[in-house]
Write a protein of this length. Structure first.
Length: 442
């Protein structure tokens, strides 16, 4: 059996072809910033593909070997170019922290501990190809948006360590005292949620590098609570719900016979009745669309109708009729334009709808407002919270933080609960359920 395991890990996995963008320096590179001269950095993936990026033997230098694996893994990500950092996001250059997009930092930012973990895998016979496959699988644990959000934590931590002259070896595994100082430094400058998100990013970074995590030890749990209290001033106000009034005002402003109007109206009702925020239905930009993660027009959608004027099925049927025969890999809510198929992005949708709501003097709403408004509508209609939880895709009753207008929901829920008990009592004792049917004649 041990021999079988050895043979399995000594044999490289099936080759994964690199995309064309990584095969020649003149093509765009998935994650490296190209400077104004157009010259690629020496550590760009294009320089590794033709050398030993998938070699099963050790490279000449351990750090180069580690970078080979990480860069090869990054080729599986959606191609993009790192943005030039804003003034407050600048970071001094380092061989451990390449200038890459935020969602790639957890993979491509390394440390001396990363080298030790890499060498340990090679010492037990894990080839570079198998290491690549391991990291590709780890990337699947979080979507791009989450890794992008977590990248902020790595940036803030690196800035803090540089400012305090913390050595590279001390940054991973990060000691609980170092993490405590990092959190204490951030308290009062942002919300507690932001600080917790930064720590989550650091925890994932440690996971990618097989480093122990000490972020829940010592004073850290107490400091997280302190961060929540001190960060109240930075919290955004609760999102208001989308209402039927909002939807009808939006419908009046749209030409449902137009390509854009049909797509926008279908999005609004799908988000509302499905208790979804817009980020789950609309793509952020055409360049970030992926058939692996985003819904396409070829996606099968089940059907059931509700009220006529606010029926999401009727809106979808209209969208299919107006924006007919699209390519199968077209975004779900793309619409025809004079230049071809154009994806309806979240930014475009919110700009159009916000203008309508502002002119109608309605409450300002955001992407999450559709999720909140849909759950409020269903709860007000008597749908059980557990059912609303499943419709909205929540894994627990944590969605109760989205409840608005409790003064409307709670009396209805209490009344329905007592009505049910009265009916059960009447049925059990042979009494009429309808009070008007009770006879008081002796």
């Amino acid at each position: 059996m041990l021999l079988c395991l050895f043979n399995k890990f000594s044999r490289p996995p099936p080759p994964l072809s690199a995309p064309p963008s990584a095969r020649h320096p003149s093509h765009s590179v998935p994650y490296v910033l190209v400077d104004s001269s157009g010259k690629l950095p020496d550590l760009s993936p294009a320089h590794f593909v033709d050398d030993h990026i998938l070699a099963s033997t050790r490279a000449s230098l351990p750090h180069n070997s580690l970078l080979d694996v990480r860069h090869a893994t990054a080729l599986s990500l959606l191609a993009k170019v790192a943005r030039r950092p804003a003034k407050h996001n600048k970071l001094s250059s380092s061989e451990f922290r390449l200038h890459v997009p935020a969602d790639c930092r957890v993979l491509l930012w390394t440390s001396p501990h990363s080298l030790a973990a890499h060498s340990a895998m090679q010492d037990v016979g894990i080839s570079l190809s198998w290491q690549r496959r391991i990291f590709e699988t780890l990337l699947l644990t979080h979507v791009t948006e989450t890794r992008e959000s977590y990248g902020a934590g790595l940036l803030r931590f690196a800035q803090f360590c540089n400012r305090e002259m913390i050595g590279e070896s001390a940054r991973m595994p990060a000691d609980r005292f170092l993490l405590t100082a990092f959190v204490a430094d951030a308290i009062g400058s942002c919300s507690g949620k932001s600080i917790r998100n930064w720590l989550s990013g650091l925890r994932l970074w440690h996971l990618f590098n097989d480093a122990p995590w000490h972020g829940d030890e010592g004073w850290l749990p107490a400091l997280k609570k302190s961060a929540d209290r001190s960060g109240i001033a930075f919290k955004r106000p609760p999102r208001g719900p989308i209402t039927r009034e909002h939807l009808r005002a939006f419908r009046t402003s749209l030409d449902l016979g137009s390509e854009f109007g049909a797509a926008a109206w279908s999005v609004a009702l799908s988000a509302f009745w499905g208790c979804r925020h817009l980020g789950e239905l609309l793509i952020r930009s055409a360049s970030k669309f992926s058939t692996l993660h985003d819904m396409c027009r070829s996606t099968h959608i089940s059907r059931s109708r509700v009220d006529a004027d606010l029926c999401p099925v009727a809106a979808w049927d209209n969208h299919e009729r107006v924006n007919h025969t699209p390519p199968p890999d077209t975004p779900l809510f793309a619409f025809r334009s004079s230049l071809g198929w154009k994806p309806l992005t979240k930014d475009i949708f919110l700009r159009v709808s916000s203008t309508v709501f502002k002119s109608g003097q309605l409450d300002l709403v955001f992407g999450h407002s559709y999720r909140i408004g849909g759950s409020l509508e269903l709860l007000s209609a008597g749908v059980a919270p557990e059912v609303v939880m499943k419709i909205g895709g929540w894994s627990s009753l944590c969605f109760l933080i989205y409840w608005r207008r409790l003064e409307q929901i709670l009396p209805l829920a209490i009344t329905r609960a007592w009505d049910a008990r009265i009916r059960d009592f009447a049925t059990a004792h042979g009494h009429p359920v309808n009070i008007n049917s009770v006879s008081f004649d002796c």
